[in-house]
Write a protein that binds this ligand. Structure first.
Ligand code: SF4
Length: 252
């Protein structure tokens, strides 16, 4: 909405962005679920203080998904606990976060790469350290912003875990393009060994040095992960078992 005072005021009481900053036709909006400060609970950057931007909408429906609320577009976005109406203006958000202290921005979802225009507007080269959490199914979208991302956490979606179609080709195309990337595989009671080993081969075909993080879908699967770790270490040099640390603290 353009206010009579000449400012864009999407959701807060105060005018934030001037028309000069925005340009009438260039404003990009995102359908977001949640924006909050926390610690990274998964993968190689566990414990880093991050500003999380959780995108609404996902092109997959993994059986083990623990963010089902973010699979579809949301009417509202929680911004540090305050309910705002979607969509959210990228430039407004940049302005709002500029004085917050964090190590990096975590783009998560849902699937952030479904909202590429918002990302292109929101991300500025070298302004922030940017961490992308992605399902690895949209390599051509990733190509458009890959130079703006510092570290990618790419899921390899094992069909026996997700109960979705295989995404091997998409994963390969994604891995080829990324410079700084690690791969995450979620292991469930239903994960089949052949599936897992094929996923390891997909990574190994690109580079045996790409770190692989194994994460369990629930408690009590350690022996299974430990077994899979041994198998993967025959091909890859860095295979870690990392639990979801944020759940220990009962946080998002
Ligand atoms: S890709 Fe992620 S957000 Fe989408 S359904 Fe799978 S686990 Fe959920």
């Amino acid at each position: 909405m353009i206010t009579t005072s000449g400012c864009v005021n999407l959701c807060s009481k105060e005018p934030i962005i001037t028309i000069e900053m925005v340009g009438k036709s260039s404003v990009k909006y995102g359908n977001l679920s949640d924006i909050f400060l926390g610690i990274q609970g998964e993968g190689l950057w566990v414990g880093k203080r991050q500003l999380f931007i959780r995108f609404s909408g996902c092109n997959l429906r993994c059986k083990f998904c623990d963010t089902k609320y973010a699979q579809t577009p949301s009417r509202e976005c929680l911004f540090f606990g305050e309910r705002l109406k979607n969509p959210i203006n990228a430039l407004w958000l940049k302005e709002k976060i500029k004085d917050i202290n964090f190590h990096s921005i975590s783009l998560t979802g849902g699937e952030p790469l479904l909202q590429i225009d918002f990302l292109k507007e929101f991300l500025v080269p070298k302004e922030y350290i940017v961490y992308l959490d992605t399902n690895g199914s949209l390599p051509f979208e990733f190509e458009k912003i890959k130079d703006l991302i510092d570290l990618v956490c790419m899921d390899i979606k094992l069909p026996s875990s997700t109960r979705q179609r295989p995404l091997w080709d998409e994963h390969k195309k994604f891995l080829i393009q990324a410079k700084d990337i690690f791969v995450k595989m979620v292991i469930t009671e239903e994960t089949e060994e052949d599936d897992f080993l094929y996923g390891v081969e997909v990574v190994n075909d690109i580079s045996s040095k790409i770190p692989l993080v194994l994460q369990s879908s629930k408690k009590g699967l350690f022996d299974r992960l430990f077994y899979f770790q041994e198998k993967a270490l025959k091909k890859l040099s860095d295979v870690r078992i990392v639990p979801q640390v944020h759940k220990v603290f009962g946080i998002k």
